[in-house]
Ligand binder design. Structure first.
Ligand SMILES: [Mg+2]
Length: 282
């Protein structure tokens, strides 16, 4: 008897599910279809859990959330347990830190700042008001962005030579220093592909009789590993064309940028002959 096949959607947010106004309206038809077929949708972004929670609620999702670039996987309470979960009663989610806890990052970075005199400042050094001013976010958004569990953004105020020494000292402790837009990001070695593995394992444990097919969608360089860890990779283009070229998986190129492309690609995959039947159809 063939195993029941079922899609599992894992998606990036900015410029993938969300357009530049932070709207997913153009993706509503596909989201409705996924909901009707019982296909889980997992959000996988560099944003914090606090930033992603409201969106997950608005989308009526009850699936895990991969936040902070794969640094953590959060499971809504009442949806079972993941192995290795750290339970925090103050949160609506069970949190599994996949990279390094922020406290570990801060201790290492601050010890180097005190010991070697490196000059930098990070989110942990600023109040919410200061953070809002530095990032241009509203106070509420700044609070959600500052609520980090597995990454620490910093502004480097020292020389490039010293930055390289600092990065090397952190690397010896398993900490990476990655360039973001405005900030450098300190984090462990988890990435968005770890998030795919974690949620695949979660659904395989939950429904072992199902042959899960991960369909991942993303638009930029930090999505490539996530797409390559999927069964079907959907590349969402920008106005000038696609920015990434994942290898080793079936690749589908969405016809439009952002939410409109997300919608068209999902609907075409769901409707293609030979794709996994909807739950209960076999
Ligand atoms: Mg993106």
């Amino acid at each position: 008897m063939p195993r029941l096949k079922q899609f599992l959607v894992v998606t990036d947010l900015d410029a993938t599910l969300l357009d530049s106004t932070y709207s997913w309206a153009a993706a509503e038809p596909a989201l409705r279809q996924l909901r009707a077929q019982g296909v889980p949708v997992v959000l996988n972004s560099s944003k914090t859990l606090a930033e992603m929670e409201a969106l997950a609620t608005a989308l009526d999702l009850n699936s895990p959330i991969v936040a902070e670039n794969g640094g953590l996987v959060a499971l809504p309470r009442g949806n079972g347990h993941m192995p290795g979960c750290l339970l925090d009663d103050s949160l609506a989610y069970s949190i599994d830190i996949r990279g390094l806890p922020r406290q570990t990052l801060l201790q290492a970075a601050h010890a180097l700042r005190v010991g070697e005199g490196y000059r930098f400042k990070g989110f942990a050094d600023w109040s919410t008001a200061e953070l809002a001013e530095l990032t241009g976010l509203s106070a509420k958004q700044a609070e959600a962005s500052g609520n980090r569990l597995a990454t620490e953004p910093i502004l480097w105020e020292d020389t490039e030579v010293n930055r390289l020494h600092f990065a090397k000292a952190l690397a010896r402790q398993g900490i990476r220093m990655l360039r973001g837009g405005h900030f450098w990001h300190l984090m462990g070695d988890a990435d968005k592909a770890d998030g795919v593995q974690a949620v695949r394992a979660f659904y395989e444990a939950k429904a072992p009789e199902t042959a899960w097919q991960v369909l991942a969608l993303g638009d930029s360089a930090n999505d490539t590993a996530m797409l390559e860890a999927a069964d079907i990779a959907v590349v969402i283009p920008h106005a000038e064309g696609p920015r990434i070229d994942p290898k080793g998986v079936r690749v589908v190129h969405a016809p439009y940028p952002a939410s409109a492309g997300w919608n068209a690609a999902i609907l075409s995959i769901l409707e293609a002959p030979g794709e996994p039947d909807t739950r209960g159809a076999l």
